[in-house]
Write a protein that binds this ligand. Structure first.
Ligand SMILES: [Fe+2]
Length: 325
C-alpha cells in the first residue's frame, strides 16, 4: 500500500474542520510566501521533470530545496490538538501536525520525497471544485505515475514514506485547495534539537543561472552541504554584520517561513563564503543558515552574529564535489 485516498461525505466527522478552512482562506496567521499565479505548474509536476530531478540529484527531500519547486502558502502549526488526536485514533499512528498549506489556483508543491522522515503521512484536504486539484506520486515498485484527482469538499490523502527507497510525490491545484498535514511522531521530535545544527549539515546550496545565484557562467551547480564539514574542521566562527551578507531571503525574510523556520535555533552559527559571486555584490554569500537569519531578522534586534567563513577556493572545491551540474 503506497497510498490510500478517501473522500469523506460529512466534514462534521471531524470537529471544526470547516472553521480551520475558513481561517486559512481568510489568511489568518498564514505567512506570505512566494506564491505567484504565473509560475510554471505544468513543468514542476511533470513526469519529465521527475526524470530530470532523479538523474541530477538522486533525491529532493523538501520542495523548497530547489528554486521554483514550491508555489503555495505555508501556514504555522495549528493550535488544534484534537485534530492530532483524531488522526492518531483514526489511522493508528501517533500523529504530529506538520503545518497547513493553501494552494490557490496554479499553486503547487513540486516533486520531492520527504525521505528524511519515514512513516505515515495524512493530509486532510479540502478542494473548492471537483477534479481541479491532485496528488501525484510514483509507485516505488512499478514506477507508474499515478494522479489522484480530488473531489470538491474534504478528503483524506494517506500515504507512507518508506524507510528504504523513495516515494516521489507532488501536488498541483487549479482551484482553491487547502491541506492540513500530519506525520508520524518520531523519537527525535521529543528532543529539542535543531535540524540545521552543525555538523548535522543537510540539503543543497544551489547556484542556478535562472535565479541569479549562479557562480559558473551560464551553468547550474550546487554544494551538497554534507560535503562542507571537512572544510569547517578547526575553524572558529567570526561575528559578521548581517548587512554584509547576501542571502536568498534577503529581499523578504518572510519567504523563509516554513517548517524549518519553526524548528531552527539561531544559537548555532551559519556558514558564509567570502568573495563568491552573489546578486547583491556583497562581501559574503550565505551557504547555510537562511532560516536562522530570517528568524533573527523577523523576531529579534540581532543584526550581527557568528558565522563559519569559507574562502572562495573552499567554496569552489565543495561545489566540484557535487555531481556535475
Ligand atoms: Fe510531501
Amino acid at each position: 500500500m503506497a497510498a490510500v485516498f478517501k473522500h469523506f461525505e460529512n466534514s462534521k466527522a471531524v470537529p471544526e474542520l470547516d472553521r480551520y478552512r475558513d481561517r486559512i482562506l481568510s489568511f489568518d496567521s498564514i505567512s506570505d510566501c512566494d506564491y505567484s499565479v504565473t509560475r510554471n505548474i505544468e513543468q514542476a509536476v511533470s513526469p519529465l521533470r521527475l526524470q530530470q530531478l532523479k538523474r541530477r540529484y538522486g533525491d529532493i527531500v523538501f520542495p523548497l530545496d530547489l528554486p521554483d519547486n514550491d508555489n503555495r502558502y505555508i501556514g504555522d502549526f495549528l493550535d488544534g490538538d484534537h485534530l492530532e488526536t483524531y488522526v492518531s485514533n483514526t489511522f493508528g499512528f501517533t500523529a504530529r501536525n506538520s503545518g497547513y498549506f493553501w494552494y490557490p489556483y496554479r499553486g503547487y508543491s513540486g516533486w520531492h520525497t520527504n525521505s528524511d522522515k519515514a512513516g505515515d503521512r495524512v493530509y486532510l484536504v479540502w478542494a473548492q471544485e471537483d477534479n481541479k486539484s491532485f496528488f501525484r506520486y510514483q509507485d516505488p515498485h512499478s514506477g507508474e505515475i499515478i494522479t489522484q484527482w480530488e473531489k470538491a469538499g474534504w478528503q483524506i490523502n494517506h500515504f507512507h514514506v518508506p524507510e528504504r527507497g523513495l516515494l516521489w510525490h507532488c501536488i498541483g491545484s487549479y482551484t482553491n485547495r487547502i491541506s492540513i498535514g500530519f506525520r508520524t511522531l518520531r523519537p527525535e521530535d521529543l528532543v529539542d534539537d535543531d535540524e540545521e545544527d552543525y555538523p548535522g549539515l543537510h540539503g543543497l546550496h544551489t547556484c542556478f543561472v535562472g535565479d541569479r545565484w549562479n557562480v559558473l557562467p551560464n551553468r547550474d551547480s550546487f554544494i551538497d552541504l554534507v560535503d562542507l564539514s571537512e572544510f569547517l574542521v578547526g575553524k572558529e566562527p567570526i561575528v559578521v554584520a548581517h548587512e554584509e551578507i547576501a542571502w536568498k531571503a534577503r529581499h523578504d525574510p518572510r519567504t523563509a517561513l516554513d517548517a524549518r523556520y519553526q524548528k531552527c535555533d539561531y544559537g548555532y552559527p551559519g556558514i558564509l563564503a567570502e568573495g563568491v559571486a552573489n546578486p547583491y555584490h556583497l562581501k559574503y554569500r550565505m551557504v547555510d543558515g537562511k532560516h536562522r537569519l530570517a528568524k533573527m531578522t523577523l523576531e529579534t534586534n540581532i543584526r550581527r552574529s557568528p558565522y563559519y567563513i569559507l574562502s572562495r577556493d573552499e567554496f569552489l572545491a565543495a561545489m566540484s564535489m557535487g555531481k556535475p551540474g
